[in-house]
Design a protein around this ligand. Structure first.
Ligand code: ADP
Ligand code: MG
Length: 246
């Protein structure tokens, strides 16, 4: 694959759940190194779009290529932080064990984790500045610490593309800022697609914004105007903060 080719290329994609369209004629190209914010109202298709990029669900029509391949074939290059972590917090699992789950798809089928898995898990925890928590029980962490560990879990698979679905939905503003700062730093080496309902906030961090409302329109952060947003949300949106850094 040519280095200049987009690493995610979605063309004319539609998707329906039980006959109801959730995405309609969506086109999206994400270049390597991008930090794309995906925004839109509740139920507008943001999570559906991520699941299509992951190959967890398949479009009704249209084509999806991730690193030039069908999504299933590219999954080892993609890290995913789901909207609702499927972890049972009462289960006594350590932070290290949570992050090691991110190595499952790279692991040999025989035997347990190799030394290298542990090293990569440790590195991922260091990247998100939580190495000191590695022996803690996951359930005892704060909301922000949990999110960092879940990001580390996604990073442990050494992804070239990181997908995050509302990673700051359950944390307060200061922690949210910390996490976005961390993602901005990670973006120096990983392409990021971040789903958020909080447009004002993410416009400070991302390079491009895709507004989803069953259909999708994409703009550079600096080109985002009130009209673009209003059209996406079907009405006026209060922008909390908007600073362009490009
Ligand atoms: P968002 O992440 O933007 O809130 P979703 O992608 O989760 O939106 O959902 C888009 C639409 O598809 C919504 O109307 C939602 O109710 C519907 N939907 C999502 N998941 C399912 C499902 N598993 N079965 C049926 N409908 C679904
Ligand atoms: Mg969602």
């Amino acid at each position: 694959m040519n280095a200049k080719e987009p690493i995610v290329k979605i063309e004319h994609v539609s998707f329906a759940y039980d006959g109801t369209l959730a995405l309609e004629d969506v086109n999206l190209s994400v270049p390597r190194g991008d930090f794309l914010g995906v925004v839109g109202p509740n139920g507008s298709g943001k999570t559906t779009l991520l699941k299509i990029i992951l190959g967890l669900i398949h479009p009704l029509s249209g084509t999806v290529r991730v690193f030039g391949k069908i999504p299933e074939r590219a999954r080892h290059l993609v890290g995913y932080v789901p909207q609702h972590a499927e972890l049972d917090y009462s289960f006594p699992i350590s932070v290290m064990d949570v992050v090691l789950l991110g190595r499952l798809s790279n692991r040999s089928l025989l035997g347990g984790y190799r030394k290298q898995d542990k090293r990569l898990a440790q590195e991922a925890l260091t990247m998100v500045k939580t190495a000191d928590l590695c022996n803690r029980r996951f359930g005892t962490l704060s909301g922000g610490q949990k999110q960092r560990v879940l990001i580390a879990r996604a990073l442990a698979g050494k992804p070239e593309l990181l997908l995050l679905d509302e990673p700051t939905a359950s944390v307060d503003g200061r922690v949210e800022e910390d996490i976005y700062g961390l993602l901005k730093k990670l973006n120096e080496r990983v392409t990021i697609i971040l789903v958020s309902h909080d447009l004002g906030f993410i416009s400070t961090y991302v390079r491009h914004v895709a507004c989803v409302n069953r259909r999708l329109s994409c703009s550079r952060t600096q080109d985002i105007t009130g009209d673009v947003i209003d059209a996406c949300y079907n009405g006026p949106v209060h922008m909390l903060k908007h600073k362009c850094e490009l």
